[in-house]
Ligand binder design. Structure first.
Ligand SMILES: O=C(O)CCC(=O)C(=O)O
Length: 287
C-alpha cells in the first residue's frame, strides 16, 4: 500500500535542482547537438503570463476573462498536498481549484483550445498506426516540439488560460514549465494506455504536473517489473478529481507506467493538462 501523508508545504526546488538550471552549452547530455538558433540562455522572466499581458489590448475588451481567472487563482489558499509513495514512486496530489473555478477553467479551455486532426491525431503502437482514443493538443514556448509514440508535435503559442495555469503552478511548486500536453476525454470510452513519460527531451528532475478538470477518472500506476511479470508489485490506484493537480516526481516516470482506463460510468468530458519541462537544445552561437 502506498504511504500517504498530508503536507501544507509547497514542494519547492532543492538547492541541487536550482543549480540544475542551465544555459546553453552546459548540458552534457545534449553536448554536440546543434540547432540553427542563436544561443539564448533560459530567461525566467519570459513567463506565459507576460505573454498574455503583452497581447492584452484594453481597447478591445474592458473585461478580460483570463485576468479575472488569474486573480481567482492567485487568491486560493495554500495547496494541501497528499503525498503518495511506493518503491521508486513519488507523487503529490491535491484538489486545488474549487468547483466554480474549475468550471470556469474548463469552459475557457473548451473555447480556446484547438485539437490535432489528421496525422497528429494518430499514434504508432508496435509499428501500427491507430487513431488516438481521445483528442490531443500541445502548447508551449516558441519552437518547442515533443516526440512520443512515433509523432512529433509542435507547440502552439500559450493561450491566456494555459498561461495563467502555468504561472499558478510555478508559484505553488517552484517549477517552471515550458510545454503542456492536453488530453480531452469526451466520455468514459476515451482512454490512455499504459506508458511512461520518460522521453529524453524531458528534464528528468522536474516533476510532470498533471491538472485535471471535469469528469473524475480512475488512474493507475503499474511498476515495470510487475508489468513484465518479473515480480509482484501492487498497482497504485487514484481517482483524479475535478480541479486536482498530481505531481509525478522523479524517479516515478523512469520505473512506473501509468494509464487512464475506459470507464462506462464516466458520462462527462474531462480535460487533462500535463505541464512539462522540455530541455532546451544545446545551441552554438552563430556568428
Ligand atoms: O489524462 C491523464 O490523466 C493522463 C495523461 C497522461 O498520462 C499523459 O499525458 O502522459
Amino acid at each position: 500500500m502506498p504511504a500517504a501523508e498530508k503536507s501544507k508545504l509547497c514542494p519547492m526546488l532543492t538547492g541541487n535542482q536550482q543549480k540544475k538550471k542551465r544555459s546553453c552549452n552546459t548540458d552534457s547530455s545534449l553536448a554536440g547537438e546543434e540547432c540553427d538558433k542563436t544561443c539564448e540562455p533560459f530567461n525566467p522572466a519570459d513567463s506565459a503570463f507576460n505573454h498574455a499581458e503583452s497581447t492584452f489590448n484594453p481597447a478591445e475588451s474592458a473585461f478580460n476573462p483570463a485576468e479575472s481567472l488569474l486573480r481567482d487563482l492567485r487568491s486560493l489558499p495554500a495547496w494541501e498536498w497528499q503525498r503518495i509513495t511506493a518503491e521508486h514512486l513519488n507523487l503529490d496530489y491535491a484538489v486545488v481549484f474549487p468547483k466554480i473555478i474549475a468550471a470556469k477553467i474548463f469552459d475557457a479551455l473548451e473555447k480556446e483550445l484547438e485539437y490535432f486532426t489528421g496525422d497528429l491525431a494518430r499514434v504508432k503502437v508496435f509499428g501500427k498506426w491507430h487513431d488516438i482514443p481521445r483528442k490531443q493538443a500541445t502548447y508551449g514556448d516558441e519552437g518547442l516540439t515533443y516526440t512520443y509514440s512515433g509523432i512529433t508535435t509542435p507547440a502552439r503559442p500559450w493561450t491566456a488560460t494555459l498561461g495563467a495555469l502555468r504561472e499558478v503552478l510555478h508559484t505553488a511548486t517552484g517549477y517552471r514549465y515550458n510545454f503542456v500536453l492536453v488530453n480531452r476525454y469526451a466520455d468514459g470510452k476515451d482512454k490512455m494506455g499504459e506508458h511512461k513519460d520518460d522521453e529524453k527531451e524531458l528534464d528528468p528532475l522536474v516533476p510532470i504536473a498533471s491538472v485535471s478538470l471535469g469528469q473524475p477518472r480512475d488512474f493507475y500506476f503499474v511498476h515495470q517489473d510487475a508489468r513484465s511479470k518479473k515480480r509482484d508489485v501492487p498497482k497504485v490506484r487514484l481517482t483524479l478529481g475535478d480541479g486536482s493537480v498530481l505531481l509525478m516526481r522523479p524517479p516515478t516516470n523512469q520505473v512506473w507506467y501509468h494509464a487512464l482506463p475506459p470507464r462506462a460510468s464516466a458520462k462527462h468530458t474531462r480535460i487533462n493538462l500535463t505541464f512539462r519541462a522540455i530541455k532546451k537544445r544545446s545551441c552554438r552561437p552563430s556568428f
